[in-house]
Design a protein around this ligand. Structure first.
Ligand code: GRG
Length: 291
């Protein structure tokens, strides 16, 4: 990995870790905050906070203003993983290299921990310093990304696919399940930096493309990766006969598609200016990632 990218990823991870550990949610006198903490700190890559921070830095913003957004997207993402792993959804025993939360503490507690992470995310975001109108716009965008038409809607589509899923259906599903949170991370970082709506809209489109590339590389790793590398079960799409670009096109065509999407997207970010070097480098790295 490009050393510049790896140092910026490490900086973002330390940044959001510090933000998360200073939130009041860890001390309410019950064990629930500790269960949220277990799910949150179990070795995630922190890609969404990285995107928030990079967008803010690239647009000359103060990362302190973006920290509530960085923490909130990671909380929404972690809640979605906790709920997705439940027996009534994807039924997984292993996540981020550790037993899933419901395997440790039971389903009811895992559901509540997820609920708590989701609600706490919005309370955290509401504490963003700066003009109230901007903070309101950020809350609205995170709600849209997390809600019916996006994350929740995409997960529902994934759980109940039609007999023959066409390209438009797959695009909507991936746009919701995977791209929504990655895309809104760039938007929130830009809003925290005080960027114009024109810039936010441009980033939104690149964020959507980033989401599709990320899902494609996730599908590839479901075939080529190991449980140890990924920190979760692999091979599930093939064993369930699930449609995705890898099962449909074959591995080598899907890998070629990932490389060409990565090249295009990396150039798209560089066209925005030099401050986007780390994000652009991440795009090029995604087809080679192992976790
Ligand atoms: C329960 C509303 C609800 C949604 C669940 C998370 C999810 C949606 C489904 C899990 C399966 C999946 C393939 C989701 C697509 C997004 C994705 C690849 C998530 C994993 O993100 P990473 O790799 O995870 O950034 P870490 O653990 O590194 O944070």
């Amino acid at each position: 990995m490009d050393p510049f990218l790896s140092s910026r990823l490490a900086e973002a991870a330390a940044w959001v870790e510090e933000g998360l550990s200073s939130l009041g949610m860890y001390s309410d006198g019950t064990r629930l905050p500790a269960h949220c903490r277990y799910a949150l700190s179990a070795g995630g890559k922190r890609l969404r906070p990285f995107l928030v921070r990079e967008a803010c830095l690239a647009l000359s913003g103060d990362p302190d203003r973006a920290l509530p957004a960085g923490c909130s997207v990671e909380m929404v993402h972690t809640y979605s993983l906790v709920h997705d792993d439940l027996p009534s959804m994807d039924d997984d025993d292993f996540r981020r290299g550790l037993p899933t939360l419901h395997r440790r503490v039971g389903e009811g507690t895992a559901i509540l921990a997820g609920d708590r992470l989701l609600t706490e995310a919005f309370r955290t975001l509401a504490g963003t310093p700066g003009p109230p109108g901007r903070t309101g716009e950020m809350i609205l965008r995170l709600a849209d990304a997390s809600g019916a038409g996006r994350l929740v809607g995409g997960q529902y589509m994934d759980m109940f696919p039609p007999e023959a899923a066409d390209k438009a259906w797959i695009t909507r599903m991936v746009s919701g399940k995977t791209a929504a949170l990655l895309r809104v991370s760039l938007e929130l970082g830009a809003l925290a930096a005080g960027a114009s709506m024109e810039v936010v809209d441009r980033l939104s489109k690149l964020g959507e493309e980033f989401g599709f590339l990320f899902q494609l590389t996730d599908d590839i790793l479901d075939v080529t990766g190991s449980k140890e590398e990924m920190g979760k079960a692999v091979g599930k799409d093939v064993s369930r006969g699930k449609w995705n670009p890898v099962t449909a096109l074959g591995l080598s065509e899907a890998e070629a598609e990932a490389r060409s999407r990565a090249d295009r997207l990396s150039s798209g970010f560089m066209e925005l200016g030099g401050g986007w070097r780390a994000v652009s480098s991440l795009c090029l790295y995604l087809p080679r990632r192992r976790s």
